[in-house]
Design a protein around this ligand. Structure first.
Ligand code: GDD
Ligand code: MG
Length: 371
């Protein structure tokens, strides 16, 4: 089966993580985010993935290659300008020899999930629907596409980004669709078309079905808070991924050549060449990239510290993200979903909290920020 994965968004809500790397290849725990999606698709029998890119796919190609290591074939398609979620699918169909086929999958490229696609494909075939949307329950549907489901699985209403007063169900579209070719007829060629705002509403009552996935893991990783949550959930095994196989009985994975003089509490994952100095504590819920240095007495807990970063003596990083190559001085406190961008130099005694984002390459003098 063939799947189109939409990866054309800019990922602005994840900046500065996405200031230098496109969202699909931002590292999540130990691999590019897209790897989880490809591994999940391969497990469900997908053998070709068309990556619908709204920007130059050079970096994606470098990171993901031809897909062989994920057990499928990758095809890259670059839109001349962003075509929107519907326009991108139509454009991919036009670019491929023989088109996308009679039945195919479409997926949003920013979702971490282990939902059972096979069950959804089977339900789609059995119902004779033109499009079947994966549905999951969430606490607050305002950031998503709300789906009103009628008896028998028909979609009775689709509302993208509903206003609070419009919410009468917790079911939302999970961004995973099984489509029949005829759906493409509803997308005008050469235009920017939103599948959510222009196609689903027109299909209501005309072959739009929903398949509710109960008990599956599902997370849109598009914000720093959710990125952190996804990292923790992968480590804790709350979502089925290949990472779990790397963890030992204590829930710890260590790369090659790590020097651990302090303590590591699982679940935690350390890349190659990390140094955890005396009195430092890493974990639970910690991810260290490659060659990360944690200086004496520092703490990294429920947090992500990426390649070549240095965490100074006595500094606490908790519930926050430190990007590649950032250097944090002594006695800092980095908490509250703060994101320190790539190559930032923070001097001693800074307090970064309340979701603050420090942009790439910025230098903070000693004690510059504290609130
Ligand atoms: N190729 C391409 N071209 N891809 C695009 C474009 C485009 O012009 N615009 C957006 N995308 C990709 C994004 O990269 C992302 O992977 C996916 O389409 C969805 O776009 P988002 O910007 O992340 O949308 P959202 O999260 O606000 O809402 C969507 O996802 C929700 C589930 O997470 C909608 O599909 C909602 O209905 C859904 O509930
Ligand atoms: Mg999204």
């Amino acid at each position: 089966m063939r799947a189109v994965v939409l990866v054309g968004g800019e990922g602005t809500r994840l900046r500065p993580l996405t200031s230098t790397v496109p969202k699909p290849v931002v590292r999540l725990v130990d691999r590019p985010f897209m790897a989880y999606m490809l591994e999940w698709l391969a497990r469900h029998g997908v053998d070709e993935v068309v990556l619908a890119c709204g920007f130059l796919p050079t970096r994606l190609r470098e990171e993901l290659g031809d897909g062989e290591r994920y057990g499928l074939r990758l095809v890259y398609i670059e839109e001349p300008e962003p075509r929107g979620t519907g326009g991108a699918v139509r454009f991919a169909d036009e670019q491929l020899d023989g088109g996308l086929g009679e039945r195919f999958l479409v997926l949003n490229g920013d979702v971490l999930t282990d939902l059972d696609l096979r069950a959804q494909i089977d339900a789609h075939a059995a119902s004779g629907a033109r499009a079947t949307l994966a549905l999951v329950p969430v606490e607050d549907p305002t950031a998503y596409g709300l789906v009103r489901l009628a008896a028998g699985g028909d979609v009775a209403g689709f509302l993208e980004k509903p206003r609070p007063e419009e919410i009468d169900t917790d079911l939302i579209s999970a961004g995973a669709y099984v489509l029949e070719r005829s759906v493409l007829d509803l997308v005008e060629p050469g235009r920017n078309v939103s599948i959510e705002r222009e196609v689903w509403p027109r299909l209501v009552g005309d072959g739009l079905h929903g398949h509710a996935h109960t008990g599956a893991y599902w997370l849109d990783i598009g914000t720093p808070a959710r990125y952190l949550q996804g990292s923790g959930d992968i480590l804790a095994g709350r979502v089925r991924t290949a990472v779990r196989e790397r963890l030992d009985a204590h829930g710890v994975a260590r790369g090659e050549d790590c020097r651990i003089e302090g303590h590591v509490h699982g679940p935690a994952l350390l890349g190659d060449g990390c140094h955890v100095a005396e009195g430092a504590v890493v974990g639970p819920g910690a991810v260290l990239g490659h060659r990360v240095r944690i200086e004496p007495g520092a703490t990294v807990e429920h947090a992500v510290v990426l390649d070549d970063a240095v965490i100074g003596r006595g500094t606490v990083v908790r519930g926050a993200i430190v990007s590649p190559g950032a250097t944090i001085g002594a006695d800092c406190t980095i908490t509250g979903c703060a994101v320190v961008g790539p190559g930032v130099h923070a001097g001693a005694g800074n307090t970064l909290d309340h979701g603050v984002r420090i942009f790439p390459g910025v230098t903070l003098p000693d004690g510059a920020v504290g609130f």
